[in-house]
Design a protein around this ligand. Structure first.
Ligand code: FES
Length: 150
C-alpha cells in the first residue's frame, strides 16, 4: 500500500473526521478497494474508532473490503432489463471476462456484479462500467465495448 498516497488523501480533507466518507471514497477510487492498513491509518489520523470506520465501510455498497479489478461492471438484472435480454448480455460478459457475478479476474482487470436496477429502465438492458451507463445493449455490443478496456 502506498502510505504516502493515503496520507495525501487524508491531508486533502484537512484530516477532518467529518470527511470520513469522502476520504474513504477517494481511497476506494484510487485503490479500487479499502485495505485494512489504509483503514487503520484513517482511524489514527482522524481519531475515529476502527469500529465506526468498519461500520461505514461495510454499510455502503460503493466500498469494498476485498481487492477489485480496474474496471467494475454492473449488469442490471431488474425486471425491465431482464425481459429485454439482460441474461444474454450477462452470459456474453461472463464468457469474455471468465468470471461470475461477485468475482474479479486474476489479472485484476474486471470485477463483475449484477444489480436490481440502475435507474434507467427504459434503456434496458443496461450495463454500467466504471459508473458509465450503456443502454439498449445486445450481446455483440457488450462484447465490443469490453474490448476497449485495458
Ligand atoms: S430494471 Fe434495469 S435499469 Fe431498471
Amino acid at each position: 500500500m502506498d502510505t504516502a498516497r493515503i496520507e495525501s488523501i487524508i491531508d486533502s480533507h484537512d484530516g477532518e473526521a467529518s470527511s470520513l466518507i469522502q476520504i474513504l471514497l477517494d481511497i476506494q477510487n484510487e485503490l479500487h478497494w479499502l485495505p485494512a492498513e489504509a483503514l487503520q491509518l484513517v482511524s489514527e489520523r482522524l481519531q475515529v474508532p476502527m469500529s465506526r470506520i468498519q461500520h461505514t465501510a461495510t454499510f455502503y455498497k460503493a466500498f469494498s473490503l476485498v481487492p477489485k479489478g480496474r474496471h467494475e461492471i454492473n449488469i442490471c438484472m431488474g425486471t425491465a432489463c431482464h425481459v429485454r435480454g439482460a441474461p444474454r448480455v450477462l452470459e456474453v460478459v461472463q464468457n469474455i471476462t471468465g468470471i461470475q457475478p461477485g468475482e474479479t479476474d486474476p489479472d485484476m482487470k474486471f470485477s463483475l456484479d449484477t444489480v436490481n436496477c440502475l435507474g434507467c429502465c427504459a434503456l434496458g438492458p443496461v450495463m454500467e462500467i466504471d459508473e458509465q451507463h450503456l443502454g439498449k445493449l445486445v450481446p455483440d455490443t457488450a462484447a465490443e465495448v469490453l474490448k476497449k478496456y485495458e
